[in-house]
Design a protein around this ligand. Sequence first.
Ligand code: PLP
Length: 306
Amino acid sequence: MSTEPEMVRSSHVFPHGFAFIDGDYRPISEAKISILDWGFLRSDATYDVVHVWQRRFFRLDRHLDRFFNSVDRLHMTLPFNRQRLTDVLMECVRRSGLDDAYVEMICTRGVSPTFSRDPREAENTFIAFAIPFGWIASEEQRERGLNISISDIPRIPPQSVDPTVKNYHWLDFIAGLYGAYENDAENVVLVDLDGNISEGPGFNLFVVKEGRATTPASGVLEGITRITALELCAELNVEASLGEVSVEMAKEADEIFITSTAGGIIPVSRIDGNAVGDGAVGPVTQHLTSLYWQKHSDPDWSTPMD
Ligand code: PLP
């Protein structure tokens, strides 16, 4: 008999929620994948995250369009059509009993039955789950604005990994986050190979100067909240465009905000150690935020659970 001390197992903490995996619904704590799945071994996966707010999906069609496009671009196949996928997402939320939820759908390369290294031989895995809605910034940060640092680490270039296919290639973001924490910042935005602003871990970024909003045109995930913010700008008669955002533009901006499904439109009040504008949350950001949340009950922008 072994005299080795028994390894202390780390305790995994699972949030409340339900998953669809291997063709069945399971509580999150019982939703497991093979460690040989290429989604896990090689980050060979795509995913999308949509949120439910007060029992309504926000912009579900946009998220489904992006997910189907991503799956296609990676030469993967989903076991479902659009209607069946919608039913599965709804059922995960229904079983979780959540009013406000973070709902993720994932397609991974899966495992090849013969363990061949040819990705065409793998059987793709589909997983979906619903857990409680999670914010990219705390309530206090959302009120006063985030303190963000600009990393000099370039985001993986779009020539290498297509950023419009939502992916788990986050080691550049994670390195950037550690750098930001060393500088007493709360979050990070990466640059591109030309040194212009790209995106952050889970968000796009907008700068506002003299009432005009600009967000990076390319080299980033085409965030659904980014598109939403552009549409809301049009409704509010705020001039908004896609373009190059230099580090100087960020440092001289009157306002900066980030956009993400995990929290919507969130102000940034400090960038690289300097106050943005006068350091208070500006009027464009405030108006956009309040219109963003109003749209959550608008039937043109949201789909009820039942
Ligand atoms: N950029 C990256 C790299 C992301 O991972 C995300 C969302 O997770 C976003 C931007 C924001 O996209 P969305 O507004 O669709 O949540």
